[in-house]
Design a protein around this ligand. Structure first.
Ligand code: COA
Length: 150
């Protein structure tokens, strides 16, 4: 597997991006302001992540996804570590990520990669998404904010 930055003339892998964020509208808003990276294996795009500068010295990992047939094989962990490294190389001091209170696997993954919980944005998913979201039998209501100093 090889991870590389997407070239400016290449189309971002929308089907993959939609796995992490059901809102095409939101994706279109941040994709051109951020940097998109793809993971490839045997000429197939199997993963994606997007880094978006938010405040001075801070970048957010706004989207990360692995194609369904390839999940659970350690690729997500490699993508998170690659995102942390890319942020460090670019001179950012802090990398942040937000996920749902019901996204138990993602919360485990990010903490295994060195992120700490730094806050909660209560009712974020109620306010910003029209459909109710359920995962692991839990309604997704609040955004858990995580960060890592670089
Ligand atoms: N409980 C505990 N640990 C869990 C877990 C769970 N429910 N689900 C995953 N993990 C752990 C794994 O055990 C692994 O840790 P380990 O290496 O110590 O065993 C770690 O998380 C990473 O697993 P990995 O195989 O690298 O993850 P992946 O390749 O499946 O990618 C996602 C993870 C989240 C990127 C992938 O599942 C995905 O694309 N999901 C859909 C999109 C999405 O939800 N994106 C994030 C939006 S916030």
């Amino acid at each position: 597997m090889h991870i590389r930055k997407l070239n400016i003339d290449e189309k971002p892998p929308m089907a993959l991006l939609l796995l992490a964020d059901p809102s095409k509208e939101m994706i279109e808003k941040y994709i051109n302001r951020g940097e998109c990276f793809v993971a490839e294996s045997e000429q197939q795009t199997i993963g994606v992540y997007v880094l978006l500068p938010t405040r001075p010295g801070t970048v957010e990992l706004v989207n990360i996804a692995v194609t369904e047939s390839q999940q659970g094989k350690g690729i997500g962990k490699q993508l998170v570590m690659s995102a942390v490294n890319s942020a460090k190389i670019r001179g950012f001091k802090t990398i942040e990520i937000g996920t749902g209170n019901s996204s138990l696997g993602q919360l485990a993954l990010y903490q295994k990669c060195g992120f700490r919980i730094v806050g909660v944005d209560p009712n974020f998913f109620i306010k910003h998404y029209s459909e109710k979201i359920f995962e692991n039998g839990i309604q997704c209501r609040d955004m858990i904010r995580l960060a890592q100093e670089l």
